[in-house]
Design a protein around this ligand. Structure first.
Ligand code: ATP
Length: 214
């Protein structure tokens, strides 16, 4: 089996004339947690967008589980979980209704209680999303991302805006997923978060990787 889960080679990404990503490369092994660390506008989310198959690379090559995530989206999409920066929940639905709605179009989905147990939200099943705290919303995000038993998880700033205790809870969840063999690529502004979670990390600035290491 190929031991590389994510591969990025000489990736350039433009918005019109503006080059947001200026030729970066890195690899993430299966079961590894890799962090992209950087300031606002460094190009982290742009890189994730390409890996998630939302945009084709302007130049360069990306592979997720051996496939081109844009051209071969159907082969990759159901093997990948995604947590975006902004969750798009319907605020009037309860936690249980939200999970059930997602289960309907997720192949091989975990049972509702099982997934809510994983993220510690079983006791909040009947609560409307509008009434969840920020940390609980992030946990619901994670629940939906792992619902389809993904092999690869993309997390865009999973703890931004959370208090220290909620952050630690989310870290524990992420560690649990890595322990289960899931490959994780996360972006963060926080050096301590990368230090806590990542086996390897890259620091991005203004579209370039300025340093990479353990
Ligand atoms: P943050 O930490 O603020 O989320 P980031 O590292 O994720 O930042 P990106 O969101 O990838 O950075 O943005 C990289 C650069 O590309 C920024 O200068 C941003 O303004 C620009 N950019 C992002 N999306 C677009 C877009 N749709 N059109 C034009 N420019 C964009």
């Amino acid at each position: 089996m190929d031991t590389t889960a994510i591969e990025v080679r000489n990736l350039h990404q433009k918005y019109g004339d503006f080059e947001a990503v200026k030729g970066i490369g890195f690899q993430v092994g299966r079961g590894e947690l890799y962090a992209l660390l950087g300031t606002n506008g460094a190009g982290k989310t742009t890189t994730l967008d390409v890996l998630e198959g939302y945009a084709a690379p302007t130049e360069g090559v990306v592979r997720v589980l051996g496939h081109d995530p844009f051209r071969e989206r159907a082969k990759v999409r159901h093997r990948v979980g995604i947590v975006l920066q902004e969750a798009g929940f319907h605020k009037d639905l309860t936690v249980a209704e939200t999970v059930d709605a997602w289960r309907r179009w997720t192949p091989h989905a975990l049972a509702r209680v099982e997934v809510l147990e994983r993220v510690g939200l079983v006791h909040r099943q009947g609560v409307r999303v509008a009434q969840l705290s920020g940390g609980e919303k992030r946990r619901l995000d994670l629940a939906l991302a792992v619902l389809g038993r993904p092999e690869v998880l993309f997390l865009d700033e999973p703890t931004t805006g959370l208090d220290p205790e909620a952050r630690r809870n989310v870290w524990e969840l992420i560690r649990g997923m890595v322990a289960d063999g899931v490959t994780v690529l996360l972006t963060t502004h926080y050096l301590d978060e990368a230090e806590q979670l990542a086996q390897r990390l890259a620091i991005m600035h203004a579209g370039r990787i300025v340093t990479e290491g353990t």
